[in-house]
Design a protein. Sequence first.
Length: 112
Amino acid sequence: MKIFISCLWLTVFLISCGKKSTDANRIPIDKMKVVVFQLMKADEHFSRVSAADSTWNIQHKNIQSYQKIFDFNKVDRVEFYKQIEYLEMHPVEFKVLMDSVNELSKREKIPL
């Protein structure tokens, strides 16, 4: 019985250590908010252009624009989407991200 309990605690310890290593690979919230804001601006631009010109291929241009944003901010696309999936499972952290994106958008609208 002592061996079983020891193995159980060791398993719990190893699992908890494994989760910390994935947290270290996460993209910081400050970088995430900038990337999300830029992606939202790109979506708005492509929505306006496609509404004005129905022959314009939005899907191809949108993907190219997204990749440019990821490259500019030095963020891996796969890691970004993994981070978004993680945040969808943790609504409190997702709210923090979206609130910071909202504040960034308000600052962008204020003329200097």
